[in-house]
Design a protein around this ligand. Structure first.
Ligand code: COA
Length: 185
């Protein structure tokens, strides 16, 4: 897929102008600031306060961009007047699981609950279906104490297939980690 390609231009439910596009290499600093802010929030994601360095983010980001260029992965970024406000992606597994992709999504705190998550999920799933020819299953993990995300995934047809009791540590408590999947072809 072509880096930087714009897939959506429009307004959110609250009238905020947004652009949704594939990443380019030059986004790395914005991505670093974005993930480090989310990490500090200790929301329902892997990072719980840790701060990544530019070098770490660049390594991760360059690797992901290579996969996008080979049509093995999808990543979309949401911007409002040049500010990065949401990210979603589908990262491929390999070997005997190369038909499976892992879905992830975050919306910056002050931009939640105005339809961005739903729009972005729809676009990422569409892009994946169109471009990732080997993809058959999209899977994800969601903390049990994150019903907003779980309900959103159910609306997209994701089905729970597992529950690892106390599978993640969130805000110093062990909480169950739920696993969901959706067949896309
Ligand atoms: C989960 C997340 C991506 C949803 O994005 P969002 O832009 O806030 O969601 P939307 O406004 O598009 O709403 C999508 C659905 O989520 C649910 N939802 C969103 N905000 C809600 C709220 N405050 N209360 C209840 N349900 C809510 C609704 O089901 C909604 O669908 P509807 O509009 O048909 O009612 C976002 O809340 C987020 O980034 N959270 C922190 C990180 C995270 O949890 N990531 C997912 C890890 S698995």
């Amino acid at each position: 897929m072509e880096l930087g390609k714009i897939v959506y231009k429009g307004k959110t439910k609250k009238g905020l102008k947004i652009i949704i596009r594939y990443p380019v290499k030059g986004d790395v600093e914005m991505l670093l600031k974005y993930i480090n802010t989310l990490s500090k929030e200790c929301t329902f994601i892997t990072f719980q306060g840790e701060q990544l360095t530019l070098e770490e983010e660049k390594k991760y980001s360059d690797n992901f961009i290579e996969k996008i260029e080979k049509d093995l992965a999808v990543k979309l970024l949401v911007f409002t007047t040049n500010k990065l406000i949401a990210v979603s992606d589908i990262a491929p597994s390999d070997k005997i699981e190369s038909h499976i992709g892992t879905f992830g999504i975050t919306v910056a705190n002050e931009y939640r609950n105005q339809g961005i998550g739903k729009l972005l999920t729809e676009l990422v799933l569409d892009e994946a279906k169109k471009n990732l020819k080997q993809l058959r299953i999209v899977k994800l993990g969601v903390f049990v104490n994150n019903p907003i995300a779980k309900i959103m995934y159910e609306k997209f047809g994701f089905i729970q297939y597992g529950n690892l009791p106390e599978g993640v540590k969130h805000k110093s408590k062990y909480v169950n980690h739920l696993y969901m999947y959706k067949k896309i072809r």
